[in-house]
Design a protein around this ligand. Structure first.
Ligand code: ADP
Ligand code: ZN
Ligand code: ZN
Length: 736
């Protein structure tokens, strides 16, 4: 007898699976095993479940064992089931949530399973008899005019679908059926691939000869694929050093060895160039998996990977779960990017999951960046691309001290104004201007009493969006008409403070005229393909300025950009977060990296109130090694990652007193459960958001797996659960 241990795909945290079911012979013969999706009887209902193990016996007596109702489809691989369960455990989530990550797209959940199906169409093709009938001049085989038209079409075009035949000849399925009955055409059902559109415009199919440095990196990775040398690598290559070609060489080597590869990229809408380059080079063996695809496209791409017809998967963080077998290589491009961390449960980090998966599969893990994270710098074996392709220099960075500029002069330094004016006069030149804040003005206040215009649901200012004529909240989405008078004192003198991308767009438009201005931020790219549209408009334009939030700094390769401007380098530095330095350094360096990739040379202007701040000064010198050495020293001193691991417990609730009590209760439960070397900080208040008060506990731990288990245990205590009435709790491992 075979027993399937089945994890029901339910979202209730209280259920402790897996549960045993007896597998009937027929299902065993059909290959039902670890990873299979089953419909099982579960407390009197049908429920979708995943087989997580198969055993010879059960602790339950045979008469209490039920049989599954049906097997749904192939499901995930055993390797992915293990990975999904590891994610659930590591990130303090539940097995069903971990498993949901590795199932085919569109599987649905528990009581609401949905089965995506392959798309099929009925086709017809001409038979030998049909061809004979056409060629028969004596009229022995009688053909109506419709029938003859269909046969002629099929003779010319080969196999065609029913709708296409109708379109071309007007013949409906009745005509086809008659022809099929006479043996003149053959009909069948074929699967139609729903293929995602990949923009390969500008991508070259032929590989350039690698530079000496690229060759050395690629060779080292290929040796690692063959078991020689460290299997966890960091490719530190300055912006424009040609990292993508190294990835491609390593992927090709993996394919030659019969192995597959996964290439993770930050949000796909922002990296169409990388995807295009990989697809242009490797062709149909590339599958893309991301949320911008239709569900059918995603399902078909997933199945191509599962079946092995596609062996390279490119996608954002969720592609780390691509169902490839014989994995040889996982690459994380722009590994510093925060989009690799998932925000919802399970709050996994694709970089950590990738490392785990690669190590389990005996594959090579490669993180690539011009601005690596301190963690990766300290932990991974390093490969270097120290120079730009063709020996182009990195552009000089000028730090502009905004303390010298009176507030009344607006958000731009005179040097910036002059540079933008010069750009307008230089036909064909392009610039990128970044300000990490959207809207027109981030802050409105009353000129008489000083009251700020704030969100009713969150403790933040409402941002003026002049184009849409509203003030809106960037945390909850609340909008209201622009106030004409102060809500506190009725005064009509409302003043605006600061600038967002919308205002910068206007200013740049005036300064850089006649150069066109393109804006790239969450407001201008709503909807599918929005990012790609703006980026390719900018790429195609003869000259112009791209204004936007940090989206504009992400890995784009536009040779005509000769000027990069960062309007407020301090915006990320002001965050009360130990990663503020790292983020600021990455942002300044990445933005600088967009400039000077072509023959026009490059210039970078960085406006700041803190010109001496380490991240800004180091980025201006292009000194990544120096910055990271200092940053790692600081992290060591304060016991931050990689010298500890962080675990956050977040509490939210509609009533503040209950939340404060719950925070104390949770802290009291955690304190004795944690290891002696763990440090518990908080509960600290965070700003109210979406009408909910928030408190956060932070654990600095030297043994994260142990302390994560302790947290899970403490939070499962019935007394703690009772104290959490009306309070929502979330655990975030490695919070960003
Ligand atoms: P990075 O990701 O390191 O910033 P890219 O991979 O975007 O750099 O490469 C920068 C540019 O250099 C691209 O236009 C790419 O096509 C080109 N390039 C890369 N390698 C070579 C090479 N060996 N010979 C010529 N051009 C190259
Ligand atoms: Zn007022
Ligand atoms: Zn709000």
């Amino acid at each position: 007898m075979e027993i399937a241990k089945v994890e029901p795909m339910t979202t209730t945290r209280a259920l402790k699976g897996p549960f045993d079911y007896r597998l009937p012979e027929a299902m065993v013969a059909d290959g039902v095993g670890v990873g299979s999706l089953l419909m099982v009887p579960f407390s009197g209902r049908r429920m979708l479940g995943v087989v997580v193990a198969v055993a010879a016996e059960s602790e339950l007596p045979p008469e209490r064992l039920a049989e599954p109702i049906e097997a749904i489809e192939a499901g995930a691989t055993p390797e992915l089931v293990r990975l999904g369960l590891w994610v659930a455990d590591r990130y303090c989530s539940t097995p069903p949530r971990g498993l949901a990550l590795v199932l085919p797209p569109g599987s649905g959940t528990g009581r609401k399973p949905r089965s995506m199906r392959p798309l099929t169409e009925r086709t017809a093709q001409i038979t030998e008899a049909g061809a004979g009938a056409l060629g028969d001049g004596d009229g022995e085989v009688r053909l109506g005019p419709r029938q003859r038209a269909v046969l002629e079409r099929l003779a010319a075009d080969g196999e065609l679908s029913g709708p296409r035949i109708r379109e071309l000849t007007g013949a409906d399925s009745g005509v086809l059926a008659a022809l099929a009955d006479r043996g003149l055409v053959e009909r069948r059902v074929r699967e139609v691939r729903r293929a995602p559109r990949i923009d390969t415009v500008g991508a070259v199919a032929d590989a350039p000869a690698l530079s000496t440095a690229q060759r050395a990196c690629a060779d080292s990775l290929i040796a690692a694929l063959d078991g020689d040398g460290a299997r966890e690598r960091l490719l530190h290559g300055v912006t424009g050093s040609g990292k993508t070609e190294v990835y491609l060489a390593a992927i090709e080597a993996a394919l030659e060895r019969g192995r597959s590869a996964i290439l993770l990229v930050p949000e796909i809408g922002l990296t169409p160039q990388t995807v295009g380059r990989v697809a242009a080079r490797l062709g149909d063996t590339v599958a893309v998996l991301h949320s911008g695809l239709s569900e059918g496209e995603r399902f078909d791409e997933w199945r191509r990977l599962r079946a092995g017809t596609a062996r390279v998967c490119v996608g954002p963080r969720s592609a780390v779960f691509a169902p490839v077998s014989d994995l040889g290589l996982i690459i994380v491009d722009e590994e510093h990017d925060s989009s690799y961390k998932q925000e919802g449960d399970p709050r996994y980090d694709a970089r950590a999951v990738g490392r785990r998966r690669a190590s389990e599969a005996g594959a090579v893990y490669l993180a690539g960046s011009a601005t690596p994270r301190p963690e990766s710098w300290a932990e991974l074996d390093r490969l270097e691309l120290p120079d730009r392709i063709d020996g182009r220099p990195l552009p000089p960075v000028e730090v502009l001290d905004m303390r010298e500029v009176p507030g009344s002069a607006g958000p731009m330094h005179p040097v910036t104004r002059e540079a933008l004016a010069g750009l307008g006069a230089d036909e064909g030149a392009k610039a990128i201007v970044m300000l990490n804040r959207r809207g027109f003005s981030p802050h409105l206040s009353c000129g008489s009493c000083g009251a700020a215009v704030t969100c009713p649901n969150c403790d933040v200012s409402l941002v003026l969006h002049r184009g849409a004529a509203v003030v809106g909240c960037h945390h909850c989405g609340h909008t209201e008409p622009v106030p004409k008078a102060c809500a506190e004192c009725g005064s009509v003198s409302i003043s605006r403070h600061g600038a967002g991308t919308e205002r910068i767009e206007n200013l740049v438009g005036e300064l850089a005229a006649p150069a066109p201005v393109f804006r790239l931020d969450a407001d201008t790219v709503a909807g599918r393909g929005g990012h790609g549209r703006v980026l390719s408009e900018f790429e195609r334009a003869r000259g112009g300025v791209l204004v936007g939030t940090q989206m504009v700094a992400k890995g784009h390769d536009f040779p005509d950009v000769s000027l990069s401007v960062l309007i407020d380098a301090d915006s990320t530095l002001r965050y009360p977060d130990f990663r503020a330095e790292e983020r600021t350094f990455a942002l300044v360096s990445q933005l600088a990296g967009r400039s000077g990739r072509g023959d026009r040379g490059g210039r970078v202007l960085v406006q700041t109130l803190a010109p001496a701040a380490a991240p800004i000064a180091a980025a201006a010198r292009h000194d990544t090694a120096g910055f990271l050495a200092g940053e790692l020293e600081r992290r060591r001193e304060f016991g931050y990652p990689p010298f500890s691991s962080l675990l956050a417990v977040e509490l939210t609730g509609p009533a503040e007193p209950a939340l404060i009590a719950a925070g104390e209760r949770v802290a009291a439960a955690l304190r004795p459960a944690l290891g002696p070397d763990a440090e518990l900080l908080g509960p600290a208040p965070r700003f109210r958001r979406r009408g909910r008060y928030r408190r956060r506990l932070l654990i600095k731990s030297a043994s994260p797996e142990r302390d994560a288990a302790a947290v899970r245990g403490a939070l499962a205590d019935p007394a703690v659960i009772a104290a959490l009435k009306g309070v929502t709790l979330a655990v975030d491992v490695d919070p960003q």
